[in-house]
Structures are given as structure tokens and as C-alpha cells.
Design a binder for this molecule. Structure first.
Ligand code: MN3
Length: 201
């Protein structure tokens, strides 16, 4: 199945002042588009053409680096646009009940989740992602380099933040922790996280 770039689920200027129109124009229209274009070229004759995106990501991991990098980033960004929302974030009060309970029992509560998730993104050396995922029925925070995700480590990602410089340099320059704080406090689309959490149960 060929990869396709979806339209953003909101206007390019809808995430201001936390993420600018200029960032979204470059990040969605240029970077994500390149993963789609390059991924489709590498998918041809790979033997994985008929597979779902998730299966292409899992089956190319460790075997076909070029295809994996592009398919992995396509998968990550498809979700990333939905992990963002105007008037997102909002702290523990905005986290749906069942998910908040799991954050309390598995991660030591919302405040500890916030600290640990931001720390995962801050300490990812170079390009990559920080994650909240479900593994063996429990929530876990992790980080991965480049286009990797918990999907290739036996877990289901339910929230991820892109810490490649293209995701924050226009708005935050080198202040990656400020970008991560804005992401958690003002951008997370908790309804989408809850939807993925329910599906992963
Ligand atoms: Mn990106």
C-alpha cells in the first residue's frame, strides 16, 4: 500500500504560539512529504509492498535501513499530527479518567509522568523521539533514536514527541526542554492518546 501524506487535522496557524505556522509548513509539507516520497520509492520491489504500514515498519527494522527510516518516520508523523491539538495539554485535569489511573499506578502520577517524559526527550542525544507506550498491559516512558519507535520493541506507542531539530528549532532554537514543556502543557491531544490507549488494551 503506497504511503500518502495526510492533510494536517487543523490550520497551519492553529497551534500558535507554541508551534508556528512556519514550523508546520516545513515539518509537514517538506519533512513528512520527503519520508512519504522516499518511502514509496524504497517500498517498490522491497517485497513488503502489500503490507500495512505497521508491518512494513516492523519487518524492515534491522534489515532494510533506508526503507525503515522513511516508513518509521511516516508512521511516527501520521500520529504526531494527531498528538497535537489547539488548546491541548492542560495537565492532569485534562487526562481522561482510565488513562490517568494508569499513569498513577504505572508511572507514579501525572507530575512524575511530566518530569520523566520531558527528561526522556531532553536526554535523547541527537535526533529521535520520546514516548509513552503500552507494553505487557503497562504504561512505559522511553526514548528512541531517529525513526525508531516502541512498535519495533514489542510495545504500542500511545504518545510521542518528535525531538528532531526540525520540530522545534524555528520556534525554540536550541531550547529543547522549553519545546517539550510547551508540548506537554499546551499541545497534547489527550483524546487521541486515550483512543490509542483503549485500542492497546
Ligand atoms: Mn519530524
Amino acid at each position: 500500500m503506497a504511503f500518502e501524506l495526510p492533510a494536517l487535522p487543523y490550520a497551519y496557524d492553529a497551534l500558535g504560539p507554541y508551534m508556528s505556522k512556519e514550523t508546520l509548513e516545513y515539518h509537514h509539507d517538506k519533512h513528512h512529504q520527503a519520508y512519504v516520497t522516499n518511502g514509496n520509492n524504497l517500498l517498490k520491489d522491497s517485497g513488503l509492498e502489500g503490507k500495512s504500514l505497521e508491518d512494513v515498519v516492523k519487518e524492515s527494522f534491522g534489515k532494510h535501513a533506508g526503507l525503515f527510516n522513511n516508513a518509521g518516520q511516516h508512521y511516527n508523523h501520521l500520529h504526531f499530527w494527531n498528538w497535537l491539538a489547539p488548546n491541548g495539554g492542560g495537565g492532569a485535569a485534562k487526562v481522561p479518567g482510565a488513562l490517568l489511573k494508569a499513569i498513577e499506578s504505572d508511572l507514579g502520577g501525572y507530575d512524575k509522568f511530566r518530569t520523566d517524559f520531558i527528561a526522556a526527550g531532553t536526554t535523547q542525544f541527537g535526533s529521535g523521539w520520546a514516548w509513552l507506550s503500552v507494553k505487557d498491559g503497562k504504561l512505559a516512558i522511553s526514548k528512541t533514536p531517529n525513526g525508531e519507535s516502541p512498535l519495533v520493541h514489542g510495545a504500542t506507542p500511545i504518545l510521542g514527541v518528535d525531538v528532531w531539530e526540525h520540530s522545534y528549532y524555528i520556534d525554540y532554537r536550541n531550547a529543547r526542554p522549553k519545546y517539550l514543556e510547551a508540548f506537554v502543557d499546551s499541545l497534547i491531544n489527550w483524546e487521541y492518546v486515550e483512543k490509542l490507549y483503549s485500542a492497546a488494551q
